[in-house]
Each structure stands twice: as C-alpha cells, then as structure tokens.
Write a protein that binds this ligand. Structure first.
Ligand code: FES
Length: 108
C-alpha cells in the first residue's frame, strides 16, 4: 500500500497508509490529520490547501484550471501548493510528502 507523510506546521510528521484512488484530503481525514476540506472536494473552497514537498511537485499530474483558480484564493499560497481534494493517490505517488500550511483563513 502506498504511503503519504503529512508534516504539521510544528514539524511533526505522520506517515500514513494511502489507498490508491483516494484523495489526499480523504486520506488526511481517515487519519485524523487536521486538513479542513470544507466543501468536501467540490472545488468550492480552498481549505484543503496543502504544500507539496518540492521534490514531489513536478511528479504530480498538473492542476486543472479550476484547481488553479481556487488555489489563488488559498491563504499562504506557495510555489508548490495544491488542493488536497484534487490529488488522487496512485502507486506512483508512494512516499509523497505534503505539509499543512501554517495558517488557514479562519472566518468567524
Ligand atoms: S475541499 Fe474544498 S476545494 Fe478541496
């Protein structure tokens, strides 16, 4: 089974099992990783924003235009940001490392 490592803002690393076909967001939720995902993957928020380790970024399928548009609204956008709900796990991504952004926009 492929694995993903989530890195919390404080540097704590969690290596978890990442079944193929699930999104990074779904995998985070299964493992109680704090990634919000307010719209549950319908590309209507940017709270599933993650920062992909630079060595992995180029190996990912390119972001669709809709994802790019939504990412533009993400707080703390970086060069290697993606939306967790749009990244689907495959065997090729075994070992993926993603960080949780240190701040999320917190309304209310
Ligand atoms: S969960 Fe809303 S865009 Fe990913």
């Amino acid at each position: 089974m492929p694995k993903i490592t989530f890195v919390e803002p404080n540097g704590t690393r969690h290596e978890v099992e990442a079944p193929e076909g699930l999104s990074v967001l779904e995998i985070a939720h299964r493992n109680k990783i704090e990634l919000e995902g307010a719209c549950e993957g319908s590309l209507a928020c940017s709270t599933c924003h993650i920062v992909v380790a630079p060595e992995w970024y180029d190996r990912l399928p390119a972001a669709a235009e809709d994802e790019e548009d939504m990412l533009d609204l993400a707080f703390g956008l970086t060069q290697t940001s993606r939306l967790g709900c749009q990244l689907i796990m495959t065997q090729a991504l075994d070992g993926l490392v993603v960080s949780l952004p240190s701040a999320t926009r917190n309304i209310g």
